[in-house]
Design a protein around this ligand. Structure first.
Ligand SMILES: Nc1nc2c(c(=O)[nH]1)N[C@H]1C(S)=C(S)[C@@H](COP(=O)(O)OP(=O)(O)OC[C@H]3O[C@@H](n4cnc5c(=O)[nH]c(N)nc54)[C@H](O)[C@@H]3O)O[C@H]1N2
Ligand SMILES: Nc1nc2c(c(=O)[nH]1)N[C@H]1C(S)=C(S)[C@@H](COP(=O)(O)OP(=O)(O)OC[C@H]3O[C@@H](n4cnc5c(=O)[nH]c(N)nc54)[C@H](O)[C@@H]3O)O[C@H]1N2
Ligand code: SF4
Ligand SMILES: [Mo]
Length: 779
């Protein structure tokens, strides 16, 4: 159990935050992007005795799934918690150091690297998991202070292809109103387990129950979601491009497109129609192994619906042709006129610009320095990072700052990632636990957990009412940890980028009130535009101390609240914050003072069109449409003889949550994370449920127990995500690893040609029994 001291070193002490034991305290679940509101009954000593959904939360309204109830395993479990800055000794062991030494040494070494090779050789990775993005809001200041330029995060191994397609077709990111749609279409997404929109399980059940609504699921697995569906298109793994192209072609050929709507809003219909008119529908359905009749029925249901909400996710985003699939997926809902009305896709308001890209044509736009990979949404593709380190190229990355992420575990080809991290001159990790990545670091800087500090996410994409939740601390942090904003502030100051001279006038202005502060802050930025990238730390040190209950970490939200009010005046006004500058202040004050979360914008349906402005939808993205046109002349996808199985490496299950909870004891079911396999395959291999098998890919070989199920197609196998973590036994200190780390099996070169996103869901594999005649050594 974590120790709960009475004070933390430095700022960020949650004064007044945590109450007394035996009280329900509002917070949020941090295990997926939904961040459902919860209330925690905190026991003496800081244990989470009970957890329930928070009915006052403006998005989840009391809903949680099974996972939230197990959060004590994050806060107090066997997690490898770290509570002192650590420095690696030459022999590879770690020693505890004090914060002054840690900050001084880290800053000095980053400065040395900046002087010798340029700050752009220091790479920033991470910035937040599913629940914690507040620290990431301060990271740009640290990047600025050391001249860093390149960065990435998990989004660059899932969503960047979709970001780019959105940028090209609409200019803005968008989401789907699953709650109110007539027809929901899920492509490579299992919301029953992974969620992705508020109250997912309840909404899925509502759709399933309603005879007037339908659900269409495209997934090779008969998932919990597929079981609730009216149409399950059980696609052959990795052939979604064929299936979706056939579906889009059916819309065109059966005259099911919303022609009038498209004439009003979109360009490029002619080019798209010409390509889709040539699609061999029957042949593509056969390649995808879905009956043509079923595809036609699904197409007609989509076209006949008053509204369609479409969500694509990792099943296609971490798979072959992912960017092309994103494109055709969007063509399907655009051809049927499903944007900017209730139950369809919408453009949301936001506090931070996640998912925005300029949509540069294929040959243009920013590139990574060594490989020349396309940078989308400011993020270098995760799959090229190791390649950009393990080279003698003069522009290679020399150092890395990792914050709230575990790239040694979560990026393709873990063995190569470990090698890459070891090859760097300096690795600094900010985390709560001794992770696979932290173990390879030169310095590890410990942060409070998400229940010991102010925290928030920027994954707020709801519509028409979008929300924001600044969570207050619910327990005290142990001595020796510092919240991320404080760590960034200290690094920025140690780099000499900001000092008391910068703070003094703003502190004085803050003492006179918000209006005076706003004026002083804006004129400081106008005089010295270089302060812009340092603004978060500047706010933290000046406005921060004036915020109630030690909420200094919320200071960066002040600028974001103003920006939100400026960009979304109508929605912010309807949400009750008034107009003009005052609206930004009111919104900020509401965010800071309401521990249950607040509605930030209350939009009308037309808001999507207002946000798009006079932009017309671009159906024809030439780079992609050409590829769709050329699909027929590609060789037909066939399994490779040496690799008869397709492995989905990293499936979301009832008890997975990336690597956020390290304590294996949190899993009620499937503790080891079994390899799921069809019964017919097992029979052929001569294995029965629970047997251990050897699973081999081009990159690695592991032993794992099998779980047999008719939910899997023959030839398709899957492993859960987030397993294979080592935690130390509290008694004897020996590390134990539970389950298979999926990226021991994946390869960095298996990636999308446009966006560089990985093919984690499509790893060629073979399986052999471990005992009996058929057993053999690993290849
Ligand atoms: N329980 C739980 N929930 C989570 C998380 C977690 O770790 N655990 N993580 C969160 C995060 S970070 C994310 S990004 C989301 C991801 O959420 P999802 O994308 O829904 O999760 P996955 O299970 O990885 O993949 C979705 C589906 O893709 C299917 N699939 C595999 N191959 C193919 C294929 O070739 N074609 C198609 N069409 N489908 C295929 C799988 O069978 C699976 O059902 O989940 C979030 N929610
Ligand atoms: N093969 C395969 N690989 C995958 C996937 C897959 O499906 N298959 N899924 C991918 C996806 S979609 C994602 S999102 C990534 C996720 O992988 P990563 O982005 O690397 O991050 P997480 O596993 O979410 O781990 C978050 C880290 O934050 C730490 N942490 C928790 N709370 C705090 C805090 O308050 N402060 C700080 N500083 N740290 C904290 C945790 O200890 C953990 O180290 O994995 C990706 N990798
Ligand atoms: S895991 Fe996601 S859906 Fe489940 S309670 Fe947590 S935030 Fe909500
Ligand atoms: Mo993710």
């Amino acid at each position: 159990m974590a120790e709960h001291g009475t004070g933390t070193a430095g700022a960020g002490r949650p004064a007044g935050g945590p109450g007394t034991a035996g009280e329900w305290r509002p917070s949020a679940c941090i295990l997926c992007e939904c961040n459902c509101g919860i209330e925690i009954l905190v026991g003496a000593g800081g244990s989470f005795d009970k957890i329930r959904g928070d009915k006052a939360h403006p998005a989840s309204h009391g809903y949680t799934c099974n996972k939230a109830l197990r959060l004590d395993h994050y806060q107090n479990g066997r997690s490898g918690r770290i509570t002192r800055p650590l420095r690696r000794r030459p022999d590879g062991t770690f020693e505890e150091i004090d914060w002054e030494t840690a900050i001084a040494e880290v800053a000095a070494r980053f400065k040395e690297i900046e002087a010798a090779h340029g700050g752009e050789t220091i790479f920033y990775y991470g910035g937040g998991g599913q629940g914690n993005h507040l620290g990431g809001a301060y990271a740009p200041a640290t990047m600025r202070a050391f001249g860093m330029r390149y960065r990435s995060s998990a989004l660059a191994q899932e969503k960047t292809g979709e970001f780019w397609v959105n940028a090209r077709m609409l200019g803005l990111p968008n989401r789907a109103d699953v709650e109110h749609c007539e027809v929901a279409l899920f492509v490579g997404k299992n919301p029953y387990q992974s969620h992705g929109f508020p109250r997912a399980r309840s909404v899925l059940k509502e759709i399933a129950k309603d005879p007037d609504r339908s659900m269409i699921v495209i997934d090779p697995v008969r998932t919990e979601t597929a079981e609730l569906a009216d149409f399950h298109l059980q696609v052959r793994p990795g052939t979604d491009l064929y299936l979706l192209t056939a579906l889009a072609a059916i819309l065109v050929r059966e005259g099911l497109v919303a022609a009038d709507w498209l004439a009003e809003h979109a360009d490029g219909l002619e080019a798209v129609t010409a390509v889709l008119n040539d699609v061999p529908i029957a042949a593509y359905c056969e390649i995808a192994d879905v009956p043509e009749d079923l595809v036609r029925a699904a197409a007609r249901r989509l076209a006949g619906a008053s509204s369609v909400a479409v969500l694509e996710d990792l099943g296609v985003q971490m798979n072959r042709d992912s960017t092309l699939v994103s494109y055709v997926e969007k063509l399907i809902w655009l051809l049927t006129g499903n944007l900017g009305k209730e139950g369809a896709q919408y453009v949301f308001s936001s506090m931070a610009p996640i998912g925005r890209d300029r949509g540069h044509p294929a040959g243009e736009g920013p590139r990574s320095p060594v490989v020349g990979a396309k940078i989308i949404g400011g993020l270098v593709p995760c799959n090229v990072i190791a390649e950009e380190i393990l080279t003698d190229h003069p522009d290679r990355y020399r150092a890395m700052l990792v914050e709230s992420a575990n790239p040694a575990h979560s990026l393709a080809d873990s063995a190569r990632m470990r090698e890459a991290l070891k090859a760097l001159d300096l690795v600094v990790v900010i985390d709560v636990a001794m992770t696979e990545t932290a173990r390879l670091a030169d310095y590890v800087l410990p942060a409070p957990t998400q229940y010991e500090k102010y925290e928030a996410t920027f994954f707020n994409f709801d519509f028409p009412r979008n929300i924001f939740h600044l969570r207050h601390p619910v327990v005290n942090a142990p001595d020796g940890v510092l919240p991320e904003p404080e760590i960034h502030a200290r690094l920025v100051e140690a780099a000499g980028a900001l000092s008391e001279d910068d703070y003094t006038p703003l502190r004085e202005a803050a003492g006179k009130g918000r209006q005076a502060f706003a004026e002083a802050f804006l004129s400081a930025l106008a005089e010295r535009p270089k302060l812009m990238k340092l603004a978060s730390v500047l706010l933290y040190r000046t406005l921060g101390p004036t915020l109630p209950n030690g909420a200094a970490s919320a200071a960066a939200l002040w600028a974001l609240a103003h920006k939100c009010a400026q960009d979304n005046p109508a929605g912010v006004k309807r949400a009750g914050y008034g107009e003009g500058l005052e609206a930004g202040e009111r919104l900020f004050d509401a965010i800071v003072s309401n521990p249950h979360g607040v509605v930030i914008t209350d939009d009308e349906q037309e808001e999507t069109w207002r946000r798009l402005g006079d932009r017309r939808i671009q159906l024809d993205v030439p780079e992609l449409l050409t590829e769709v046109a050329g699909l027929a002349s590609r060789p037909r996808p066939v399994p490779e003889p040496d690799w008869p199985f397709v492995l989905s490496a990293g499936e979301r299950r009832a008890f997975t949550a990336n690597t956020i909870i390290r304590d294996p004891g949190w899993r009620r079911r499937d503790p080891e994370g079994m390899l799921r396999m069809n019964e017919a395959d097992a029979k052929e291999l001569g294995v029965v449920a629970g047997d251990r098998v050897r699973l081999t890919t081009r990159r690695g070989s592991v032993e794992v127990p099998v779980d047999l199920t008719d939910r899997m197609r023959p030839g398709h196998i899957s492993l859960p995500n987030g397993l294979g973590l080592a935690v130390q036994d509290p008694d004897d200190g020996a590390p134990t690893v539970t389950g298979v780390a999926p990226n021991e099996l994946t390869a960095a070169e298996d990636r999308d040609e446009f966006a560089g996103t990985p093919w984690h869901k499509h790893v060629p594999a073979r399986v052999s029994p471990l005992s009996g005649a058929a057993a053999g050594p690993a290849a």
